[in-house]
Design a protein around this ligand. Structure first.
Ligand code: FAD
Length: 310
């Protein structure tokens, strides 16, 4: 198994001998259960938080041939119990600053989208209100093309600065409509989003704040609060609402081990009794199986599974 092979190559003590000397945080066997919303999963074999894009480029250019995984705020991932082999890269909010110039906002990938929405409000720029209740980072939100209330992050995106796995930077004009679709981004999985430029529409800050408050009321009404979850678990199939399909097959409230389907929102799986990642994955698989059997609809996972089983 890949994980075992890599474990033999990198032990805690030898890690420094095999990894490029960097300025950021570099650790071995970093626990990840505190770095994702479900609160589950094994460790990252190698965990790297680069100091800045030069540090990341230096690291990637000298990295031995190892799998690379990118982790944002961990709000849309299911990290498996066997952990993540290879290198897990995490961009913190200190990675790149946030700048506003006229109606353009440039944001580092590690900054939360709720912070982007707040800054836009302060600067009288509308179009970001829907992001205020989404608990992800800019990098993760771009990768997921996160959205709510009829808008997606790609709607206000102008360009992206990305780094390829060989440590080179590219700037992409995101006007090409083939890049994004509903909760989908066609960029290669190993490309790291470093920075994004967004365009807002001038508006009164008070109107923006009002809209954000309305969205909060709607969210509080529809979604469970203070639970370990990754938000919507499956994508809505075209023209359908997945929570209705889950209800139709009687899975609201269903349980596998420590994981259950939220009683408040049937497309939210929650870790309410010390679940393992395997419990959550088994519950997701059971929902998908029943929905396919009874309705003929094949559900697509929105949550990204990372790492290996135990
Ligand atoms: C309570 C709750 C409510 C939610 N509500 C919504 C909602 O209304 N709408 C919605 O769309 N989503 C929602 N989500 C899901 C989630 O918040 C979004 O998908 C979010 O944008 C994910 O960002 P993240 O930083 O947490 O990414 P992660 O979960 O860490 O990662 C998600 C994916 O992005 C990749 N990734 C992360 N950072 C980068 C980067 N810098 N470069 C390249 N790839 C990267 C990861 O490899 C992974 O494949 C909700 C989640 C929760 C827990």
């Amino acid at each position: 198994m890949v994980w075992q092979t890599i474990k033999n190559i990198f032990s805690r003590n030898k890690l420094a001998d095999h990894m490029p000397p960097v300025r950021g945080k570099l650790t071995a066997f970093e626990p990840l259960h505190k770095k994702n919303w479900f609160g589950v999963g094994g460790p990252a074999e190698v965990f790297f938080e680069p100091a800045d894009s030069d540090d990341l480029s230096f690291f990637l250019k000298r990295l031995p041939d190892l799998p690379i995984t990118i982790l944002g705020a961990g709000s849309n991932v299911l990290i498996r119990d066997g952990g993540i082999p290879g290198v897990t890269i995490h961009l913190t909010k200190n990675f790149a600053p946030l700048r506003v110039e006229r109606n353009l906002i440039t944001v580092g990938a590690g900054i939360f989208v709720s912070e982007l929405a707040r800054v836009a409000e302060k600067n009288g720029l509308s179009g970001f209100e829907f992001l205020s209740g989404i608990p992800g980072s800019v990098g993760g939100a771009v990768r997921m093309n996160a959205g709510a209330y009829g808008r997606s992050i790609s709607d206000c995106l102008v360009s992206l600065k990305i780094m390829t796995p060989d440590g080179l930077i590219q700037t992409l004009d995101t006007a090409d409509t083939r890049i994004f679709d509903y909760r989908f981004c066609s960029l290669p999985a190993a490309w790291i989003v470093l920075e994004a430029v967004f365009k807002g529409t001038p508006a009164a800050s008070s109107d923006i704040a009002k809209k954000m408050a309305e969205y909060k009321v709607q969210r509080d009404k529809a979604q469970p609060k203070g639970v370990k979850t990754a938000g919507s678990f499956f994508k809505n199939p075209a023209g359908l609402q997945v929570w209705k399909l889950i209800d139709a097959v009687g899975m609201r409230g269903a349980r596998v081990g420590g994981a259950s389907v939220s009683l408040k929102h049937a497309n939210f799986l929650i870790n309410d009794k010390g679940a393992s990642a395997a419990d959550i994955e088994a519950l997701g698989n059971e929902i998908a199986r029943r929905v396919l059997d009874k309705t003929g609809v094949r559900l697509e996972w929105e949550v990204k599974r990372l790492g290996v089983k135990q």
